[in-house]
Every structure is written in C-alpha cells, then in structure tokens.
Design a protein around this ligand. Sequence first.
Ligand code: EPU
Length: 352
Amino acid sequence: MSEAARLPGCRISEDAPLQARNTFGVPARAPMLVEVTDASVLPDLLGQRMLRDDALLVLGGGSNLLFAGDAPGAVLALDTRAMAITDDDGDRAIVRADAGGGWHDLVLWTLGHDLAGLENLALIPGTVGAAPIQNIGAYGVEVREHIHVVEAFERATGALRRLSAGECGFGYRDSVFKREPGRYVVTAVEFALRRAARVRLDYAGIGEELAAMGIVGAPRASQVAEAVCRIRRRKLPDPAVIGNAGSFFKNPMMPAAQARALKAGNPALPVFPTGDDAVRKLSAAWLIDACGWKGHRDGDAGVAASHALVLVNHGGASGGQLLSLARRIAASVHDRFGVSLEPEPRIVGATW
Ligand code: EPU
C-alpha cells in the first residue's frame, strides 16, 4: 500500500465509502479505493501485492452492480476520460475513448462529430469502460455492433491487450470480461462509426416517438438519440433522483417450443426472436408485472411504478434488502410461469 501510495497517476484512500459510487445508493465500504488518472500506471500498480488479489473489484459508474455487502477487497476506479478520432476516411471513423468517461457523454460527442451508430444507446448510465463488459443494449442495438477494439490490461500476464470484437465473446448482456471478472481491466474502447449510417427504427416505440416530435421522413441520428432519451426519461427512473441499476433481470431465453407453449397459455406475453431460430427471448418485465410486483414496496426497497424490471431504492434500503426483494420476485415468477430469472447487475458480497 505504501509503495502504491507513492505512484503518480493514482489516488488511494482506505476504508472508503461507496454509497455515492453505486447508482442504487446503498451503503457499502471498500478496504482500499484506488482511483487511477493515468492508465499507464496500471502495470506497476496492479503488480503490487494488495492489488494482485482476486477480490479486486473494478468499478465503473456503479450503475450495474448491487452491493449486498462491503467490497471484499480493493476497489479500482479509472478516472481517465480522453476521446479522439484516431482514423477517418470521410465515411467511416474510429473513435477511441478512455474507459473512465461517461457513456452518454461519448454518445453526444460522437453525434456532435456527425458520427452515427451509438444513437439508440443514448442515456444509458455508466462509463465507457463498462459498456463492453455487459454488452450494453437498447432499442434494437447492442454496443458490440460498433466495437472495433477493446483495450484491456490482462492481470495475469501484465500485458496491455487489444481485443477485437470477435475476441470479446459478446452475447446478450455478456462478454468475456463479464464471464471472467478478474482477468482484465478495460482501459479504453475503440468504436467504428459511420457518417452516412442508416438509423435503426425497428424497436417498438421509436417511430411513434419521432412522429410525436414532429419529425417526418428520414430522421438524423441525433434526432433518434433525442427520441430514445424521451422514451427512457418517461419509462426508466433516473438514478440521480431514485436509486436503481436499470433492468435488474435479464430477459430470459428459452427453446422456441417452450416459449410457444407459454405464449399459448398467456397470449399477451411478448416473445422476441434472438437471431437463433431455435431460441426465443421473453419479456421479464411482463412476467414480473403479471405477478403484481410493479410499484410494490417493502420499506425502502421497491419495484419502479413505471417499469416492472427496475428495482428501486426509495432512500434507506440496504443492498441485502434489495437482494431479498429480487429473490422473492424471481421465486414468484418461477412458481407461476416455471421461468427462472437471472439478475443482470453484478452482485457483490452475496451469490444469487
Ligand atoms: N412491459 C411490461 N411491464 C412493464 C414494462 C414492460 O409488461 O412494466 C412489457 C411491455 O410489453 C413491453 C415489453 O415488456 O413492450 C418490453 O419493455 P421495454 O421496451 O421497456 O424493454 P425491456 O425488454 O423490458 C430491455 C432492456 C433495457 C432497454 C430496453 C429498451 C434488458 C434486460 N433490458 O428492457 O435495458 O432499455 O429493452 O431497449 O434487456 C438495462 O439493461 O438496464 C436496460 C434498461
């Protein structure tokens, strides 16, 4: 620790509070918090004994995790924020962004440079570095479609690696970074974006929103982003106002035959294609809503009144209280529909 404390490019504090560093706003502490302002110190820093520990937690915006207890080991936060166009042939450009910057700031920056691709992902909370970890997605687009390279520090070898999108093993809300949480620290992401991209309006609600905005004909990417922001502001609670981590459960995947049988008994259940003809995705929100949870409250742990997939902290809930509510919700969905729900955020200090 004393060696690490002397390194330039990082700030270290002991017994650090994490309540302001998770969007659920639940209390938790870390034995040591390391904030890195220069990613080139990572090889030296992560070679230190305390930070070689498996329990090291890399924290982005804290918008996709639930502290059900304190952090078991040191917490590392990257505070690096540069963004730049590193290659540009007039149509296609490569944008490189440091891991610590805000995701929505990057979306606005790319649109401001007339680069399209990320507009459907506007207003997703969290950092640039967290985006590939769970392959963030919204309104018919997943970030993997625009990722060129993920730059990551590999802890076991001490090497800075450049992983192509193929090497990242992306799936629905999943990647190699999520499956092997201790292996890499994402330091930067490169995106391939286009000037003359066709905007994607296939997800239900986007076309209607653009029409309500008075936009006729082909919308610009920035107008699609504005439509997405309007829908999100209406449907999803703002973590700055009420603690939450977006969707708490993944939409469950299942064999097409099983989905067909469920749909036969529940004709209103939304069932989505997945790209694999044998597999379907169900709406977790609908299943939870059908079990009567929307707007439910157990003390300060609750379910958003505007969206059944979002757990909220009305102020004083602990991570443990939110987790126990989540388990009761999953159990009731399983009892009624025989479908197992999996949490989307990472749970720290407990297992699901
Ligand atoms: N629905 C209900 N009750 C509700 C909300 C929704 O029955 O309270 C039903 C409606 O039929 C609706 C359908 O569920 O048509 C789908 O709802 P929505 O469009 O809100 O999408 P979602 O499947 O619930 C996913 C992502 C969100 C993303 C939206 C929009 C997951 C786990 N969630 O939610 O991502 O913003 O699509 O693309 O895949 C997140 O990951 O944190 C997140 C918010």
